[in-house]
Write a protein that binds this ligand. Structure first.
Ligand SMILES: *[C@@H]1O[C@H](CO)[C@@H](O)[C@H](O)[C@H]1NC(C)=O
Ligand SMILES: *[C@@H]1O[C@H](CO)[C@@H](O)[C@H](O)[C@H]1NC(C)=O
Ligand SMILES: *[C@@H]1O[C@H](CO)[C@@H](O)[C@H](O)[C@H]1NC(C)=O
Ligand SMILES: *[C@@H]1O[C@H](CO)[C@@H](O)[C@H](O)[C@H]1NC(C)=O
Length: 420
């Protein structure tokens, strides 16, 4: 009867001894399997139990089984992996920095980085990665930086970042991203800086749906044909939303419908063909709007602009066509400041280009008079000429090209002649 407890005790001691040797960092390498923790893959340098560099190439897959589970900094540069599988780094529970730059990565599977509770920095740069597929970056938490710059990312699938939260920097710059697809950032919350690449040519409806609590969302150097209805629907709690240095084309109606709680909305240095509608309504809960340095090629129609802010409106350094339609701007919400004429400029006609509106000697009452409606509309429309712009856009465009309603006196006079 007494031999069983003794046997148990012996086994227990043996097990404990194994565990102790396994967790002793500097113990000499034991037989394979018994002491995996101290192995170092042949292609790598293990600088310490927490820092491993595998930068000399030769790895075609991630040597997960041979890596010390104590690793905190893991660098796997210039190898030849093409796939990162689901939970590719499972077990490396102390890992803080993971860098996979300069690999031949083309596929990242769903939940590739799951099981890394201490991860702070993830870098995948200079790879041929073209698509961020659904759930590939899902479930990451408390990261300082996710660096995805300098890849060939042209598409971000919906849910790519589902459940990912508390990210300081998410960097997507230097990628050939053309389309921000519907719900591309759905489920991503609490991001301090979300930086997009230049050259985006299309923002789909609901592009930012489900993106919640963002510090800075910067959209720059875009080349859009139009900004379409519901682009910003479902975007919530943004400290700064800036749309800058872009060709926005035609800004259509309902662009900001369904967007809520934006502390600072900034439109800066954009070229805008026309503001078909620009409505910031109370439900948007925008506090401050800065409209600065933009070039408008066509003045918005009366009523096209509505601005309800809880804070400050700044409209400065913009260029508007100084034609008879400027009237609607000067007496509309964009010009709701005594300084407006001193700090905004004419883009045309040519001889007043770049002059401040206030400095124009020829800006007389006749020039600022409203355009006679029949200049803009060939036939009577039930809702005045804004309806013409909405429903007869193509007609109107060709009309404008052929009969510019400038307030150059000769042109204005001939215009009046024409309309009389
Ligand atoms: C690891 O990540 C931290 C936190 O983001 C960062 O401060 C540090 O510089 C990184 N260390 C290395 C060696 O990359
Ligand atoms: C990169 O991966 C692709 C397919 O995933 C393969 O066709 C190509 O040969 C690889 N290139 C290098 C340099 O390993
Ligand atoms: C509006 O501008 C004033 C003066 O620059 C500033 O004191 C105030 O804090 C601003 N309001 C908001 C809500 O930012
Ligand atoms: C101008 O601003 C004042 C005060 O903020 C506001 O009451 C008024 O409605 C604004 N006018 C226009 C045309 O937006």
């Amino acid at each position: 009867m007494s031999s069983r407890p003794a046997l148990c005790l012996t086994l227990l001691t043996a097990l404990l001894a194994l565990r102790v040797s396994a967790s002793t960092a500097n113990a000499p390498a034991g037989p394979v399997g018994a002491d995996q923790i101290n192995t170092c893959p042949a292609e790598c340098f293990c600088l310490s139990k927490s820092e491993v560099l595998c930068n000399t190439g030769g790895l075609t897959k991630i040597p997960l089984d041979e890596l010390p589970t104590t690793v905190k900094q893991l660098t796997l540069h210039k190898n030849s992996f093409s796939h990162i599988k689901t939970e590719a780094f499972a077990g490396l529970r102390l890992l803080r920095n993971l860098s996979l730059d300069h690999n031949n990565i083309t596929v990242i599977k769903a939940f590739a980085f799951r099981g890394l509770p201490r991860l702070r920095e993830l870098s995948i740069q200079h790879t041929p990665l073209a698509v961020l597929s659904a759930f590939s970056f899902a479930g990451l938490q408390n990261l300082d930086a996710v660096r995805l710059s300098h890849n060939r990312i042209h598409r971000v699938e919906g849910q790519a970042f589902a459940g990912t939260t508390n990210v300081n920097w998410l960097l997507l710059d230097r990628n050939p991203l053309k389309v921000v697809a519907s719900k591309a950032f759905s489920g991503l919350t609490n991001v301090k800086h979300l930086i997009f690449p230049s050259g985006v040519s299309r923002l789909e409806e609901d592009a930012f749906q489900g993106l919640d609590h963002v510090g800075l969302l910067r959209l720059a150097y875009m080349d859009l044909v139009s900004v379409d209805p519901f682009t910003f629907r479902g975007l919530r709690h943004v400290h700064v939303l800036t749309i800058q240095d872009s060709d926005l084309g035609l800004v259509r109606g309902k662009v900001f419908e369904g967007m809520a709680h934006v502390l600072n909305l900034i439109l800066k240095n954009n070229k805008i063909d026309a503001l078909e509608e620009f409505h910031i309504v109370p439900a948007n809960k925008v506090i401050n709007l800065r409209f600065e340095g933009n070039h408008l090629l066509q003045n918005p129609a009366p009523g096209a602009v509505q601005i309800h802010l809880a804070g400050n409106l700044t409209v400065t350094k913009n260029h508007f066509p100084c034609d008879c339609r400027l009237h609607a701007v000067l007496f509309g919400p964009l010009a709701n400041h005594s300084d407006f004429r001193a700090h905004n400029y004419c883009i045309k006609p040519l001889h007043v280009n770049a002059q401040a509106m206030a400095a124009m000697s020829s800006m007389d009452a006749a020039a600022l008079a409203r355009c006679p409606e029949h200049i803009w509309c060939e036939e009577e429309m039930p809702h005045g000429f804004s309806s013409c712009i909405t429903f007869k856009n193509n007609f109107l465009r060709s009309f404008l090209v052929h009969f510019p309603c400038t307030y150059d006196e000769n042109v204005v006079n001939s215009r009046y002649h024409y309309s009389l």
